[in-house]
Structures are given as C-alpha cells and as structure tokens.
Design a protein around this ligand. Sequence first.
Ligand code: GDP
Ligand code: MG
Length: 296
Amino acid sequence: MSKFKSGFVSVIGQPNVGKSTLMNSLVGEKIAIISNKPQTTRNKIQAILTDETSQIIFIDTPGIHAPKSKLGEYMVKSAESSMRDVDMILYLVNPVEKISPADEGILKKLANTRSPIILVINKIDTVDKEKILRIIDIYKQRIDFFDFVPVSALNGDNTGELLKVIREKLPEGPQYFPADMITDQPERQLVAELVREKALYFLQDEVPHGIAVEVMSMKKRPDKDMFDLEVTIYCEKDSHKGMIIGKNGDMLKKIGQAARLDIERFLGSKMFLQLWVKVKKDWRDSSFLLNSFGYK
Ligand code: GDP
Ligand code: MG
C-alpha cells in the first residue's frame, strides 16, 4: 500500500489572475472572498482538500505588487513568506504572451526558491490552444518548472488534471488536519471578533464576558460585491438579552452598524449584516465556538 501524502501548497500570482477562484473551484466551496477588485484577499487562507490518500493544504496569498501602504507591505510580506517553507508552489499567470512587470518580479523571487513550481496558465477559456503553447514556451525559458497546467478556474476546465499533478508531486506526510475541515475561515473568525469587540465596547461592563458570537452564514450575492451576513450573539441570561437589544433595538443597531463598517473595511466588500441575540446558558461548554473556527 502506498503511503499517505500531504503538503502545503502556496498559490501565488499577480492580483486578479484568479487565485481565489481556483481555490474555490478545487475545494468546491466558497471560502476565499472573490471579487473583480484586486487585493480583496488580505489574509493567507488555507483551504484544505483531503481524500483517502492525500491532504493538500492550499495557501491563498494576496497578490504580489509594489507596496503603497502599511497594509500593502504586510500583504507583500505574507505573500513572500508563503513562497518559503512550502512543499509546492502554484504560480498562476494570465494567458498573455508578454510577461508583465508584476510577473517579472515574481519570477525573480521564484528563481531563489527550492520548492517545485507548477506554472498554471489560467483563464484559458479566453484564448486558443496555440497561444497557450507559446505562453508555456516563454515562461519555460525563464525558470525551471516542475510542470505546466493550463486551466480555467472559472469553469473548472482541466482543474482535475491540476490536482493529479499536485498529488503526484506531494511528499509523503501525515494528515495535518481533520478530514472534514475545509478551511480555517479567517474571515468568519474576523467577523465574529469584530462583532464581539463592538458589543463589549458599547455594553461596557453590563454583560461582562458573558457573550459569544457565531457567524451563522456568510454568502456572497451573485453578480454583486456584497455579502449577506447572519450573526448570532449568545448571552447567558434573559436580562442580558434585553440589554444587548436595548430600547427599541437601539443597542443592537449601534453594535451592528459599528461592526459592519469595520468588517467592510477589513474585507473590502459591502456587507448586509443581520444580528440575532439568543440566550444560551451553557455556551461556554458548547461546541459551537469550534464551529466559528472552521470545524464542522
Ligand atoms: P485573485 O485576485 O487572483 O484572487 O483573483 P480572483 O479569483 O478574485 O479573480 C479575479 C477575476 O478574474 C474575477 O472576476 C474572476 O471571475 C475572474 N476569473 C478567475 N478565473 C477565471 C477564468 O478561468 N476565466 C475567466 N474568464 N475569468 C476568471
Ligand atoms: Mg484573491
């Protein structure tokens, strides 16, 4: 019997090349925030794909670009650090025959990495086959690639082949994460933390630490850069519930408004936030907190 294989696979490429789309397509669930605005993905997001013989842990990175701000600097750093210490790199490029300045920069950095690199030519639904071959030729002359896989992340073309190539090259290793865990969902975690922070801020000492926050759902509206968020605030007593909601719902409105603004700022998309308050006396012992950290 062959041994179990596993590894960390970094997904890199310039903004808007389709990294988040590819990850979502491979893992089969919406995990990273996708938009047609560059740099929506501000965190490394791990998507995890487990089957009987392997576990692939994808690291989604913000696009590599010239930093213009503190946040930009942070993003470049996290993208660069994710090129080291990984078992494999998926380098996504657009199906164009000219290497962009951004890609020149990436190629320079890739020249110093030891990890095997797969060149993924994305958006092949927009070009013909001959062009793809010419693009492969251009990149081939620059650095060593382990393999070349043209895909369309958008419609799933050839993504199965990409998985095959990744699994082939994956080293033997343990199953790092539970099989049913698909992501560490930092966005949900962030949303929960921001709502909790605002609630504690506005409630001050009235409901000391007796609250927990769970993100019930986070869905992107089709064709719109907007998310519908349903979030529940749990408290331990009926009297607390009254305080959290406030007179005419004023307190909950305040919490929701402040949280929404922060969430939008951090995640770069518009949010429609619905807040619920529930009494759950034993929430501290409950497993739902684990849910909000991505365990199913
Ligand atoms: P990221 O910045 O690299 O994470 O890019 P995204 O995944 O957010 O995608 C940026 C844009 O490219 C979105 O509008 C996607 O719908 C689009 N896109 C991604 N993959 C493909 C593809 O294979 N074909 C086409 N036509 N568009 C794609
Ligand atoms: Mg992205």
